[in-house]
Design a protein around this ligand. Structure first.
Ligand SMILES: C[S@@+](CC[C@H](N)C(=O)[O-])C[C@H]1O[C@@H](n2cnc3c(N)ncnc32)[C@H](O)[C@@H]1O
Length: 644
C-alpha cells in the first residue's frame, strides 16, 4: 500500500505525511508500538528473520524516531515482507528525504500537519501508551527499557522496591562496512545527523582515514575519540577519560535538542534563567540552585506586595492548622518557611508545603487551596480600581478571598445603623438592607449579613458600607470555618455566605435578579466552563464586569518536562524527588497529566482539574464577548473583562 505513495512526484515532506495518514501504515505503527518487542516470545517468533525483528524493535518507538529513520525502517519492512521490488522506491524516497532540513526531527513533530482524524488517532495511541507502556512514548533510549515497582507503608517509613533494566543490542558481522556504497552505518547515523566513535589507537592507525572519508562522503558529522588500546590502560581511569571526552565533543542527551540550547536563549526573566540553568546542568547542585531561585521569586512577590491585614493573616494561620500534615511537618521542620514568615511578621507566600506531601487524605480542608497573599492583594486592587460594589466569590473555602475583597469594598457610612426584625442590622438606604429583608436567609450560613449573629455580630454589621460579597461554598464545614475566620473582622458585615452547589446557587441568584461587578471563580475545575456559561447567559457577570478565574495554567506534565527538565531525563529515577519539586515549584500544580514514565505523581484529581481549566481557556478564547489575560501567578490567574 505504501510504495505507490513514496513513488509520487510530490515533495518528500508531503509524501511522508501521506504515508503517515495511510490507514494501513497508521495501523501498522500503532500496533507495533504496543508490542513487547524486547520479550523472548517476540524474539522467538521472528527468529528466522532477524532484520525484521530489529526493524520492529525500533519501529515501536516510531513516535520519537527521526523522520528519515522511519523511512529506513519502512524500507526494511517492505523488503522483508514484500520483496526487493516493493522496497526499491523507498531508497529513492529516503535519498530525497534526507536532503530536507527537518529529516532528523521526530515524527511526533509532524503531528499538527496531519489531517485532524489521523492526528487524533495518533494522539489517542500516545495517551494509551502513556499509561500502558510509558517507555514507548518517552523512551530514554530505544535500546533500553527500565521498569520499577514500589510498595510503601502508609507513613512512607519503609519502601520496598524492585527495579529492572532491559537492554537490547544488535551485533552485525560484516565486511567492507566503510565502503561508501555500504549503508549499514549510514542507516544508523544519517537520521541522527552525526556519529561519535570511540576507537582505539590501533584501529585509528589502520582505518582512521577511511572512517573520516565514509562519514564525510555521506554528509554525516563525525567525531572520533581515540583511546589507548593497550591492555594495561583498560581500567576505570580510561573509562573516566572517555566519558570526559564524550562530554567535550558535546555528546548530549538527544532529548535536549527539544529545547533551545542555553547559549541561544535570550535570558530575561527568572524563568529563562532557571531553564538555562537546568539545561546546562550535569549535576544536581544546579537543580538546588533553581529551587532557590524559584523560592526567591515567590518570596519577592510576597515581599513587595502590600501586606495583608491581621484578619487575613489569621485566616492563613487557621487554615494551615487544618492540614492533617501540619503537626507532622512542623516536627520535621518542613514548615520552616511558613513559621519563619509568621515570626517575622511577614505573610505567607502560599501554603505550598502541601506539594511535598501530596497525600490529600482529608477531603475538605486542604490548606493548599487557599488563594494566599499575592492573589488576595490583586483582588483587593481590582475591587478598588474598578470601584466594585458587588462581588461574587465562587468557592469560599476558609474565607480568604471573600474577606480580602470585602476589605477593599467601599465603606459608605452615610446612613445610620438600624435594627431590623430584632436581629438584622443594616444602613438606611443601603442596597443590602432591602435585599436581605426581601430574601429569606435561613438557608444561608450565618455570617455578618445573615441572621443569628448575636450582639457582637450586630455591632460588626453596623459598620458595613454598601459593598457586598456573596460567597458560595458546597461544604457546610468550610463555610462554618470561614464565618469563624471573618468574625473578628470589621468587614464581616459585607459578606453573605450561601451553602450549596455553585451551579444551583447561581441559578438562585439569577432568579433573584442579581448581577455582579466582579466574580472570582475558584471551585472544582471540571465545572469551570459550565459555571462560566451560566455567569454569562444569566447576566450574573454584568457587561463591564470582570471575571477572575484561579488555577488556569494547565500544562501537561510532559510539556513541563520538555520545557525544563527533560535534559535530566536519563537520570530521572535518581532525580525524581528533586525534579518533581521543581515542576511543582515552577507553579504548574494544575497539570492535566501527572504521569511521568508511568508513575502517577499526584493523582487523578489534578488530571481532571487540568482538563477543566483547559476547557475554560478554550471557551474564553472562542468567546468574543470577553477580553482576557492569563497571569502566571502561582498556577495561573485569568482576568476576563466582559465587553458586551
Ligand atoms: C480552592 S478552594 C477556594 C479558595 C478560596 N477562594 C480562598 O481564597 O481561599 C475551592 C472551594 O470551593 C468548594 N467547591 C468546589 N466545587 C464546588 C462547587 N461545585 N460548588 C460549590 N463549592 C465548591 C470547595 O469545597 C472548596 O472549599
Amino acid at each position: 500500500m505504501a510504495s505507490p505513495i513514496v513513488k509520487e512526484s510530490t515533495s518528500p515532506e508531503e509524501r511522508l505525511l501521506k504515508l503517515l495518514s495511510e490507514p494501513s501504515v497508521q495501523s501498522l505503527l500503532t500496533t507495533v508500538s504496543r508490542l513487547p518487542v524486547f520479550s523472548k516470545e517476540m524474539a522467538l517468533a521472528f527468529k528466522d528473520d532477524l532484520d525484521l525483528l530489529l526493524a520492529l524493535k525500533q519501529l515501536k518507538y516510531f513516535w520519537n524516531l527521526p523522520q528519515s529513520q522511519l523511512a529506513i525502517l519502512l524500507e526494511v519492512m517492505a523488503r522483508q515482507l514484500e520483496g526487493p521490488s516493493q522496497a526499491a522506491p523507498f531508497q529513492e524516497f529516503l535519498r530525497v528525504l534526507t536532503q530536507t532540513p527537518n529529516h532528523a526531527k521526530n515524527i511526533k513533530h509532524l503531528n499538527d500537519q496531519l489531517p485532524a482524524e489521523v492526528k487524533a488517532e495518533y494522539l489517542r495511541n500516545a495517551d494509551y501508551l502513556e499509561t500502558a507502556d510509558a517507555h514507548a512514548v518517552y523512551p530514554t533510549s530505544i535500546y533500553r527499557q527500565c521498569d520499577g515497582f514500589t510498595l510503601a507503608t502508609k507513613d512512607a517509613s519503609t519502601i520496598e522496591a524492585v527495579m529492572s533494566t532491559t537492554l537490547t543490542t544488535t551485533i552485525k558481522i560484516a565486511r567492507k562496512v566503510l565502503e561508501p556504497s555500504n549503508h549499514l552505518l549510514y542507516n544508523i547515523y544519517k537520521p541522527l545527523g552525526r556519529c561519535v566513535a570511540v576507537v582505539d589507537d590501533k584501529v585509528d592507525a589502520i582505518y582512521g582515514k577511511e572512517l573520516d572519508a565514509y562519514f564525510a562522503g555521506h554528509g554525516i558529522e563525525f567525531k572520533k575519540i581515540v583511546s589507548s588500546g593497550n591492555e594495561a590502560d583498560k581500567d576505570i581511569r580510561d573509562v573516566e577519560r572517555i566519558l570526559v571526552s564524550l562530554k567535550k565533543v558535546g555528546l548530549a542527551d538527544p532529548q535536549s535538542n527539544k529545547i533551545a540550547p542555553p547559549e541561544d536563549r535570550f535570558v530575561v526573566t527568572p524563568t529563562d534563567l532557571m531553564i538555562t540553568t537546568l539545561t546546562k546542568t550535569q549535576d544536581m547542585a544546579a537543580v538546588g540552585e533553581v529551587v532557590r531561585m524559584l523560592d526567591g521569586v515567590d518570596g519577592m512577590v510576597v515581599k513587595y506586595s502590600t501586606q495583608p491585614s491581621e484578619a487575613l493573616r489569621n485566616v492563613s494561620v487557621q487554615t494551615a492548622k487544618t492540614n492533617p500534615n501540619w503537626a507532622e511537618m512542623e516536627k520535621k521542620g518542613a514548615t520552616s518557611k511558613l513559621l519563619e514568615a509568621g515570626r517575622d511578621g511577614e505573610s505567607f507566600c502560599n501554603l505550598g508545603f502541601c506539594f511535598h506531601f501530596p497525600d490529600y487524605s482529608c477531603p475538605l480542608l486542604i490548606a493548599e487551596m487557599i488563594s494566599g497573599q499575592a492573589e488576595g492583594q490583586l483582588l483587593q486592587l481590582l475591587v478598588k480600581f474598578g470601584r466594585v460594589k458587588k462581588v461574587l466569590d465562587i468557592g469560599t473555602f476558609t474565607g480568604y478571598s471573600s474577606l480580602a475583597m470585602a476589605e477593599a469594598l467601599p465603606e459608605e457610612l452615610d446612613g445610620s445603623a438600624v435594627l431590623v426584625a430584632g436581629h438584622q442590622v443594616g444602613l438606611v438606604g443601603s442596597s443590602w438592607v432591602t435585599s436581605s429583608l426581601l430574601r429569606p436567609t435561613s438557608d444561608h450560613y450565618p455570617s455578618g449579613r445573615t441572621r443569628s449573629g448575636g450582639r457582637d455580630q450586630l455591632a460588626k454589621s453596623c459598620c458595613s458600607g454598601d459593598g457586598r460579597v456573596v460567597t458560595l461554598e458546597r461544604q457546610e464545614e468550610a463555610a462554618k470555618m470561614a464565618a469563624e475566620n471573618w468574625a473578628s473582622s470589621p468587614h464581616v458585615g459585607k459578606i453573605e455566605s450561601r451553602v450549596g452547589e455553585a451551579q444551583a446557587l447561581l441559578q438562585e441568584l439569577a432568579s433573584q435578579g442579581e448581577s455582579f461587578d466582579l466574580v472570582f471563580l475558584d471551585v472544582d475545575k471540571p465545572g469551570y466552563f459550565a459555571l462560566y456559561q451560566t455567569l454569562m447567559e444569566t447576566g450574573l457577570l454584568r457587561v463591564g464586569g470582570l471575571l477572575a478565574v484561579d488555577n488556569t495554567i494547565s500544562v501537561r506534565c510532559d510539556e513541563v518536562c520538555e520545557m525544563a527538565v527533560l535534559p535530566l531525563h536519563d537520570r530521572a529515577n535518581e532525580l525524581l524527588t528533586d525534579w518533581r519539586e521543581v515542576v511543582m515549584r515552577l507553579g504548574f500544580s494544575n497539570t492535566s497529566a501527572m504521569r511521568y514514565k508511568g508513575e502517577e505523581l499526584t493523582g487523578e484529581r489534578l488530571s481532571v482539574n487540568g482538563e477543566g481549566a483547559r476547557a475554560l481557556n478554550a471557551g474564553l478564547l472562542a468567546d468574543d464577548r470577553v477580553l482576557q489575560v492569563m497571569l502566571p501567578l502561582r498556577d495561573g490567574l485569568t482576568l476576563a473583562f466582559r465587553q458586551h
